[in-house]
Ligand binder design. Structure first.
Ligand code: PRP
Ligand code: URA
Length: 214
């Protein structure tokens, strides 16, 4: 199903991204390649998610003459992966934003109820002053991301963006309704959830495929 881009849901439809996503979905893709692809896709997505960073002018001396250039106006950023699968996206975002701090939020979905349980949280001290990118490859029911948004808002975070690789329409609706200001980046919005709350067609269990646990 094609999903229309809007102000709050940005589907990164670049041909390189869609090509890599196709390989990521393939059940025969190895754990090693899966990890590499998650990292690469996270970097491409972070490129889109940082498109609105403010710039300032500086003068640089080239070997030929002075050039008026633009650099990013000192902005404090943080990446917050939702454990486990979100860890797979961190290095890709750091490739693009090496100065970002990293907070960790541990959450797992109960297999029966699909309700997320938080088991760990460790944030940079000044998280409230940072622009935060929450990363998790999968947005299914939206329970995990809604819990992450609620946690970060309580910490005082104002500028919050979500980065996932594959989303279900049900989850997209849930996170947008849960927070009026949050913006979501995804490489695809799939058809639906199945009875086990897995994304169809999706790519299976992202955490298991990244860490080879199944
Ligand atoms: C997966 C995924 C998300 C969550 C999405 O994690 O990485 O965090 O499920 O589902 P939801 O939108 O319905 O909340 P999981 O709980 O399987 O834990 P893991 O990363 O440790 O494998
Ligand atoms: N978590 C996953 O890893 N995959 C899904 O399809 C849903 C939740």
């Amino acid at each position: 199903m094609a999903f229309e881009n809007n102000d709050r849901v940005i589907v990164v439809d670049h041909p390189m991204v869609q090509h890599k996503l196709a390989i990521l979905r393939d059940k025969t893709t190895s754990s090693k390649q899966f990890r590499e692809l998650v990292r690469e896709l996270a970097m491409f997505e972070a490129y889109e998610a940082t498109r609105d960073l403010p710039l300032e002018e500086v003068v640089v001396e080239t070997p030929v003459a002075e050039a008026t250039c633009s650099i990013i106006k000192g902005r404090k950023m943080a990446i917050v992966p939702i454990l486990r699968a979100g860890l797979g996206m961190v290095e890709g975002v750091l490739d693009l934003i090496p100065a970002a701090r990293v907070g960790h939020l541990g959450m797992y979905r109960d297999e029966e109820t699909h309700i997320p349980h938080e088991y760990y949280a460790k944030m940079p001290e000044d998280i409230a002053e940072r622009d935060v990118l929450v990363v998790d490859p999968m947005l299914a029911t939206g329970g995990s991301l809604v819990a992450a948004i609620e946690y970060l808002r309580k910490q005082g975070v104002k500028n919050l963006k979500l980065m996932v690789l594959v989303a279900a329409p049900e989850g997209v609706k849930t996170v947008l309704e849960a927070d009026p200001d949050v913006v979501l980046y995804t490489c695809a919005v799939d058809e639906r959830l199945n009875d086990a709350a897995y994304i169809v067609p999706g790519l299976g269990d992202a955490g298991d495929r990244i860490f080879g646990t199944k």
